[in-house]
Design a protein around this ligand. Structure first.
Ligand code: SAM
Ligand code: SF4
Length: 334
C-alpha cells in the first residue's frame, strides 16, 4: 500500500517541492532560441489543461510537499484571465509561493490584477536594451511595451522583480553592461542565463554560449569585483553576487558550462498536462488522460512518483551522448 504523503524523493535523494506550470504553448513574440519564426503548430485549445485541471494537479502535489509554483509558457499573459488561476493556486493552503515568468509585453495591463490575485514574484525576460538586438532576438518590435510592463509591475508594488537575460555569444555581449546599469538604476535583480539547446531551428552550438564566466569578467571590468552572495536556497540555479559598491544583485546561471543538476528540485507540467522531470527529459507522464476520466488523487500521485523516480542524475549538454528533447522551449515551459 503506497504511503501517499511521503515527499517526492528521487533515487539520488533530491526532494521535489517546485513545480513549473506551462499554461500555454502560445506566445505573442518569437524568440529565436525558443520558437520557430513561423509554421508553428500550436496545441488546440481543448488539448490544454483548464484552470480547474491545473488546480487538481497542484492540490495533489501539495499533499506530497510541493509548495513553490512558477507559471510560465509560452507566454502566460496570453492565457485569458490568468490572474484567476493565480488566485485559485494561492488558495491551496500548502502553497507558499506562486511566481511567474513573462516577456512583459502585456504586463502593463496585467500587473495590478496579478498583484491583487496574490502573485508573489515576477521574472521578466529581457535580453537586450538596443532595439535592433531586441528585434533580432524576438522578431517583434515590442521593446517599448516590455519597458512599460516593467514600470507597471514596479508601480503595482511587486518587490525584487528579476530580469532574466539569455546570453548569446556574438549577439548580446554589448547588452551586458547596459542591462546591468538599467537593473541597478531601477533596483531590479538581474540574472544572465546561458543559451541552451532548446531552439526550434536546432541551430544551437556550444560556440554560441556566452558563458557565465565571461559575463562575470565583463561586469567586473566595469563595476569592480563581485562578491559571492550567500545561497538563500540550496536548490537555486543561479550563483548570486553583490556589487562591490554594496547595492544591487546579479545572478549567473550556467546550465551549460556548470550544470546545477545535483540540487535540482523541479518538476514541469506542460500545457497539455505531461509531467516532466527535467527540461531535457526524453520521457513524459501524461496526467491529462487520468484527470479527464476522473482518476483519484492517489492514481495521479502514483504517476507523479514514477516520473520522479525515473529522473536522471543530470543532463548531458555538450557531451557525446546528449540527445535533444523533441520539444522546444515554448512547448515545455521555461
Ligand atoms: N514567455 C515567457 C518569457 O519569455 O519570460 C515565459 C516562457 S520562456 C520559455 C521562459 C524563459 O526561458 C525565458 O526567460 C527565456 O528567455 C528562457 N529561454 C527560452 N529558450 C531558451 C534557451 N534556448 N536557452 C536559455 N533560456 C531560454
Ligand atoms: Fe515567447 Fe518566452 Fe519563448 Fe520568447 S522565450 S518566444 S517570450 S515563450
Amino acid at each position: 500500500m503506497p504511503l501517499p504523503n511521503l515527499p517526492l524523493l528521487d533515487t539520488f535523494g533530491r526532494r521535489h517541492n517546485n513545480l513549473r506550470i506551462s499554461v500555454t504553448d502560445r506566445c505573442n513574440i518569437r524568440c529565436f532560441y525558443c520558437m520557430p519564426a513561423d509554421t508553428i503548430k500550436f496545441l488546440p485549445r481543448t488539448a490544454i489543461l483548464s484552470f480547474e485541471e491545473i488546480e487538481r494537479v497542484v492540490a495533489a502535489l501539495a499533499q506530497v510537499g510541493v509548495d513553490k509554483l512558477r507559471l510560465t509558457g509560452g507566454e502566460p499573459l496570453v492565457r485569458t484571465d490568468i490572474d484567476r488561476l493565480v488566485q485559485m493556486l494561492k488558495a491551496i493552503p500548502q502553497i507558499r509561493e506562486v511566481a511567474m515568468t513573462t516577456n512583459a509585453v502585456h504586463l502593463a495591463r496585467y500587473a495590478e490584477p496579478l498583484k491583487r490575485a496574490g502573485l508573489d514574484r515576477l521574472n521578466i525576460s529581457l535580453d537586450a536594451l538596443t532595439r535592433e538586438t531586441f528585434v533580432a532576438i524576438t522578431r517583434r518590435d515590442v521593446l517599448d511595451q516590455v519597458l512599460a510592463g516593467i514600470a507597471a509591475a514596479q508601480d503595482a508594488g511587486f518587490q525584487r522583480i528579476r530580469l532574466n537575460a539569455v546570453a548569446i555569444k556574438g549577439l548580446t555581449e554589448a547588452e551586458v553592461l547596459p542591462l546591468a546599469r538599467f537593473a541597478l538604476e531601477r533596483n531590479l535583480d538581474l540574472r544572465f542565463i546561458e543559451f541552451m539547446p532548446l531552439d526550434s531551428d536546432q541551430a544551437w552550438s556550444n560556440e554560441q554560449v556566452l558563458s557565465g564566466q565571461t559575463i562575470r569578467e565583463l561586469i567586473e571590468q566595469e563595476f569592480g569585483p563581485l562578491e559571492e552572495a550567500p545561497r538563500t536556497d540550496p536548490a537555486q540555479p543561479a550563483f548570486d553576487f553583490r556589487y562591490a559598491a554594496g547595492r544591487g544583485r546579479l545572478g549567473l546561471i550556467h546550465p551549460v558550462t556548470a550544470p546545477f543538476c545535483d540540487t535540482c528540485n523541479r518538476l514541469r507540467l506542460t500545457a497539455e498536462g505531461k509531467l516532466r522531470n527535467c527540461l531535457f527529459s526524453l520521457e513524459e507522464w501524461d496526467l491529462r488522460e487520468p484527470l479527464r476520466r476522473g482518476a483519484s488523487e492517489a492514481e495521479i500521485l502514483t504517476l507523479v512518483r514514477e516520473c520522479v523516480l525515473a529522473k536522471q542524475p543530470g543532463h548531458l549538454i555538450g557531451q557525446q551522448h546528449f540527445e535533444r528533447p523533441e520539444r522546444t522551449m515554448h512547448q515545455i515551459g521555461g
